[in-house]
Design a protein around this ligand. Structure first.
Ligand code: SF4
Length: 442
């Protein structure tokens, strides 16, 4: 009788925070798997748990601390990494029993900590890792991280102090990863970073060899090359710099999705100045109108902060007018939080919590009306959707239009007797619409 293969030690991964953190988790998983570990998305049966934390807002920090506590209670052996890892003292004070704490992108340090506390013997014959790496997102879509860090210094944000200045990946490395993902079955690439339109600035838009030619590490060139891969390509965290105009043409040609995720954060020039936001906000409305002329299907998603220090009722109304006039299709709104270490803490005229709460409600009311009106306009239209999978509760296939990014935007339910596969793209006719939820038939 053949001896059974030794059981690989199992590592549980808990991933909190934004898609950028998710990509970090996937890199850690890929490396752990190739080092011979088995992986699990839960504590049960795991020999050790890695918690990838988020430290962006105080609520995210509290959530991260809770997750570490839960992992300690359920499992006992916990390695902490990610943005909150930057505040090792806080973690140690709250949870003195964690085995190790590492910061964002310290992949080697996380791996070293796992190896130290849970040794393994690697056998390449049984520990094969697919070329595209291991992913936490479903097989048909994947996040593609093009850079780390950020050169901006928005006053409410501590990311540059945690993650450092912009560090762009060479374009041939990004394209190689994208191509491997597509070969592995990915049908939608979601391009992420802290500031996607600034891609390549730090490496002076360096050219590198891709296939038989040289390609520049620049937003436009990246969009064009990714557009040639034949899958949906969605751009996140883009600032309205003038060179973004060129990419709108690629959207009109159908090379990449007509979708831009632009975190405007506000519209009042005074508040934006206090926020120290990048990109010239002058004439943003004119730019958006010009974009829509070139690409009428363009969907704009954005995020906003209400109650920033010094925000007056007039500033807030400027913001509400902006989302209506600019027809911001999708918007996430956050209440201002006094994040530890953020320069905005020291600004005068902090807005009372009650007023922040009330503005948040009002923003959402306007946003909901806009979303409802938009959804009603979709009724009867035939559009392409990507299938995400069967939804047991609704008893229909969950899908998304080109206007909807996974997890943050709307869902469309397709009722059919046919068997549809995740990642398939079908033309459907919209039969019902309510806010961010649509129903359709094939
Ligand atoms: S652009 Fe501003 S908010 Fe975004 S990561 Fe950079 S500093 Fe933070």
């Amino acid at each position: 009788m053949a001896a059974s293969a030794p059981k690989s030690p199992k590592v549980g991964i808990v991933s909190l925070g934004c898609p950028k953190a998710l990509v970090d988790s996937e890199r850690i998983m890929t490396k752990l798997r190739s080092d011979g570990y088995a992986l699990s998305g839960e504590y049960e049966g795991a020999d050790l748990v890695v918690v990838n934390t988020c430290g962006f807002l105080d609520t995210a920090r509290a959530e991260s601390l809770d997750a570490i506590g839960e992992a300690l209670a359920e499992n006992g052996k916990v390695v902490v990494t990610g943005c909150l890892g930057h505040e090792a003292d806080l973690i140690r004070q709250t949870h003195p029993n964690v085995l190790a704490i590492t910061g964002p992108h310290q992949y080697e340090a996380v791996l070293a900590a796992v190896h130290e506390h849970l040794p393994t013997t690697h056998d390449p014959k049984i520990d094969l890792v697919p070329e595209s790496g291991l992913r936490l997102t479903p097989r048909h879509f994947a996040y593609l991280k093009i850079s780390e860090g950020c050169n901006n210094r928005c006053s409410f944000c501590i990311i540059p102090s945690i993650r450092g200045d912009l560090a762009s990946r060479p374009i041939n490395a990004v394209l190689k990863e994208a191509e491997s993902l597509v070969k592995a079955g990915v049908k939608e690439l979601l391009v992420i970073s802290q500031d996607t339109s600034a891609y390549g600035l730090d490496i002076k838009y360096a050219e590198s060899k891709w296939k038989d030619r040289m390609v520049r590490a620049k937003f436009y060139d990246l969009a064009k090359e990714l557009g040639d891969l034949g899958v949906w390509v969605r751009m996140h965290y883009v600032y309205p710099y003038p060179h973004v105009d060129d990419v709108i043409g690629l959207m009109a040609e159908g090379k990449i999705l007509p979708y831009l995720d632009i975190p405007f954060q506000h519209a009042s020039p005074r508040v934006l100045k206090n926020m120290r936001r990048p990109a010239n906000q002058d004439r943003v409305l004119d730019r958006i109108r010009a974009w829509r002329k070139i690409c009428p299907d363009l969907t704009i998603r954005s995020s906003f902060i209400v109650g920033f220090p010094g925000e007056t009722e007039e500033d807030f109304e400027t913001l509400l007018d902006f989302i209506e006039e600019a027809e911001i299709d999708r918007a996430g709104v956050f209440k201002y939080e006094n994040v530890a270490g953020a320069p905005s803490r020291d600004l005068p005229d902090h807005v009372e919590q009650e007023v922040i709460d009330e503005r948040w409600e009002r923003f959402n009311e306007v946003q909901t009306e806009l979303a409802d009106a938009r959804a009603r306009r979709m009724l009867g239209q035939t559009v392409d959707v990507i299938i995400d999978g069967w939804d047991d509760e609704v008893e229909a296939f969950a899908a998304r239009t080109k206007a909807d990014a996974p997890e943050i935007d709307g869902i469309l339910y397709v009722a059919t007797d046919r068997d549809l596969d995740p990642g398939d793209i079908h033309a459907v006719t919209i039969t019902g619409a309510e806010g961010h939820e649509l129903t359709a038939k094939l």
